[in-house]
Design a protein around this ligand. Structure first.
Ligand code: NAD
Length: 299
């Protein structure tokens, strides 16, 4: 293996330290404790694990954590009423509605009911528009984490060719905009892209955000490229009855060619929660007309 392994767990721990420092400063100087509310509808086990982890990290960072567990048959109106109440609550600076929502609820309607300045996931159409037009926005957590990870391998991304495979609203599209802001030349590839391996081979920074286990092979990668693997795929493990997580990149092969690569697990995943807490601090500052604490200046 020749590639540098970009350690997302270690980087996320450093980001969380900075978040704690920022929270401490807000408390000390302004008597402000950022509060993050997470709403979960239904009892999907994976979502419960995520929500619990988010709550724990929020408290560890010195913030206030509020959790609202609603039954799987909660109506859209009930969920919208919960969101509106949180919009009005001055102790709550960030609101996250855990996705996916049950099929009878219109996800877009719920996301767009969140006050844009409390939308710590950055999924509200106003935040998407602000990001697109270069205005101050709450930016989706996973793409924000991807940029920080890429910067671990290369200080300056200016002028680099970036290829993102996947065009979702939560990863591919906002990441395209963020990399454009870093002065990359950005290509967003997708399921209808022709000659995908050839397109991928152009990349100095290659991001895979598809949801297909080990789709990106070693020969799709330009030697020395930085590879960011967003995919989280559960596949059967060698041991019978067990499963394990793999990314969208064939890690073993890719690590022989890439200059730097994120592992799965331990790459992009841990960064997502860290950036969520960072966004909650930013939201609290925005709502109180305060500048972002210095600890978070480069994050
Ligand atoms: P999505 O299903 O919304 O989008 C997938 C994208 O991949 C689509 O734009 C589609 O065009 C593209 N695609 C599908 N098949 C393709 C193919 N054969 N060739 C090229 N492109 C193809 O998914 P998403 O929500 O963006 O998530 C993508 C992956 O990232 C999933 O594995 C998801 O679990 C993971 N994810 C991880 C984190 C994290 O915190 N690490 C966060 C969000 C998503």
């Amino acid at each position: 293996m020749s590639a540098q392994i970009i350690d997302g767990k270690a980087l996320a721990a450093r980001v969380l330290d900075k978040v704690s420092e920022a929270v401490e400063e807000l408390k000390r100087k302004h008597g402000l404790t950022p509060g993050l509310a997470v709403v979960l509808v239904g009892d999907d086990p994976a979502s419960r694990v995520y929500v619990r982890a988010k709550g724990r990290r929020t408290t560890e960072a010195g913030m206030k954590s509020l959790e609202y567990l609603m039954p799987a048959d909660a109506t859209e109106d009930e969920l919208l009423a919960r969101v509106r109440a949180l919009n009005e609550n001055p102790d709550v600076h960030g609101i996250l509605v855990q996705l996916p929502l049950p099929g009878h609820i219109d996800t877009e309607k719920v996301i767009n009911a969140i006050a844009p300045d409390k939308d710590v996931d950055g999924f509200h159409v106003i935040n998407a528009g602000r990001l697109m037009t270069g205005q101050k926005a709450l930016v989706p957590c996973t793409p924000r984490g991807c940029v920080l990870l890429a910067r671990q391998a290369r200080d300056d991304l200016t002028g680099l060719e970036a290829v993102i495979i996947g065009r979702s609203n939560i990863v591919g599209k906002p990441l395209g905009q963020l990399l454009l802001n870093e002065n990359c030349t950005v290509t967003i590839a997708h399921s209808r892209t022709r000659d995908l391996p050839d397109v991928a081979r152009r990349a100095d920074i290659l991001v895979a955000a598809v949801g297909r286990p080990r789709m990106v092979k070693a020969d799709w990668i330009k030697p020395g490229a930085t590879v960011i693997d967003v995919g989280i795929n559960r596949i059967p493990a060698e041991e019978e009855g067990k499963t394990r997580l793999v990314g969208d990149v064939d890690f073993a092969g890719a690590a022989e060619v890439a200059g730097a690569i994120t592992p799965v697990p331990g790459g992009v995943g841990p960064m997502t929660i860290a950036m969520l807490l960072r966004n909650a601090v930013e939201a609290a500052c925005m709502q109180n007309s305060l500048p972002l604490p210095k600890a978070l200046a480069d994050i």
